[in-house]
Design a protein around this ligand. Structure first.
Ligand code: PMP
Length: 358
């Protein structure tokens, strides 16, 4: 079997045991004579999977009783719009602007009310708490916890006083155990750390959900999903099934504490390789803002970057091309990427730098 070392930015590599389980169960799910995706979403078999996935999320993310866990659709892009649609309603919200995806959220919010930029940084860093100019009357504060394209990450939970904090955690959800109580709403597409694309995980405070507008279409209200255990309409059953498998794998290896230890080790190895060859590789993000999920770097020239990606791919190291908007190299080292995968990449980087001086 030839599985590559997968550094894709999302959709991204999934843990092999989660895929193997799906393979075993694909044709005949638990002796029912059909695949889980052929089951009714109102039947017992699927309901078991659905509830187990929700319960595992609650357990692994440490979600308190004050918060709902929801499965929604439309990707993080739908959340860019649904958050202001539900909670802005002509008021003003604070957005922390740190990259391409925060810009996406900002543009959608402008359709529903006023947007204040509480802080803005370039691609090299995220702002410190002391740089946040927050409006105490804001409807909410929106932050992108990890900037997937730029490779920067918040290493603190912003303090917003009493103002509800909303976070796009699409690219770092459960990279470690989050402090859920600090957030009014967390959203994340599953396709980086938790499963395939097609399902969005939302963790939202119950009273915040209840405060949402009721004069918008039902399918766009968080309260609809909360009241129906995320079974208001047909959910993406197979995607949720795979999320269940991924969460079960996470639990079996030791849960978020072990995942965090591996993630920190992977990031340490990769940044050490960059810093150790600073005459060749350039890591543009400031040390304090470096992402533990998306490691972004440059080579001495674009031609060398192109060659790096091509040669790496031939060596079984896939998905290293930077986002098309910024170029360069990006190694995404989400939860399913192993320490061994990263060691292989580091070995390749050292050899490439030795062999390919400009
Ligand atoms: N936010 C972040 C932080 C992301 O990384 C992405 C996807 N790369 C998005 C939003 C957009 O997600 P989707 O394609 O699921 O709408």
């Amino acid at each position: 079997m030839a599985r590559v070392h997968n550094f894709n930015a999302g959709p991204a590599g999934l843990p092999l045991p989660a895929l193997e389980r799906a393979q075993r169960e694909l044709i005949d799910f638990e002796g029912t004579g059909m695949s889980i995706m052929e089951h009714s979403h109102r039947g017992k078999a699927y309901e078991g999977v659905h509830d187990e996935a929700l319960a595992l999320l609650r357990e692994l993310a440490g979600v308190p009783d004050t918060h709902h866990v929801l499965f929604m659709q439309g990707g993080a892009h739908a959340q860019f719009a649904l958050v202001p649609m539900n909670f802005l309603g002509g008021r003003s919200a604070d957005y922390i602007h740190t990259g391409t995806w925060s810009k996406g959220a900002i543009d959608e919010a402008k359709l529903f009310g006023a947007v204040r930029i509480a802080a803005q940084t370039d691609a090299t860093r995220v702002p410190a708490q002391s740089e946040l100019a927050l409006d105490p009357g804001a409807a909410y504060v929106h932050v992108t916890s990890n900037n997937t394209i730029e490779g920067s990450q918040f290493h603190y939970d912003p303090d917003t006083g009493g103002v509800p904090l909303v976070a796009d955690m699409s690219s770092d959800i459960l990279w470690k155990k989050p402090d859920v109580a600090r957030y009014a709403l967390i959203y994340a597409g599953a396709q980086k750390n938790l499963g395939p694309s097609g399902v969005v995980i939302v963790i939202a405070r119950k009273d915040f959900v209840e405060s949402g507008r009721k004069d918008i279409a039902k399918i766009f209200r968080y309260s609809t999903f909360a009241a129906a255990n995320s079974l208001y309409n047909t959910p993406p059953t197979f995607a949720i099934y795979l999320v269940r498998n991924v969460l079960q794998w996470m639990k079996s290896v030791g849960g978020p504490a072990q995942i965090q230890a591996w993630n920190e080790e992977k990031a340490r190895l990769l940044y050490a390789a960059l810093d150790g060859h600073a005459d060749y590789y350039r890591a543009p993000v400031e040390k304090a803002s470096r992402s533990t999920m998306n490691v972004v770097f440059r080579l001495p020239s674009e031609a060398l970057e192109e060659d790096f990606v091509k040669t790496a791919s031939k060596a079984g190291l896939a998905g290293l091309k930077g986002h098309r908007s910024v170029g360069g190299i990006r190694a995404s080292i989400y939860n399913a990427v192993t320490v061994d995968d990263v060691k292989k990449l580091v070995g390749f980087m050292e050899e490439f730098a030795r062999k390919n001086r400009p």
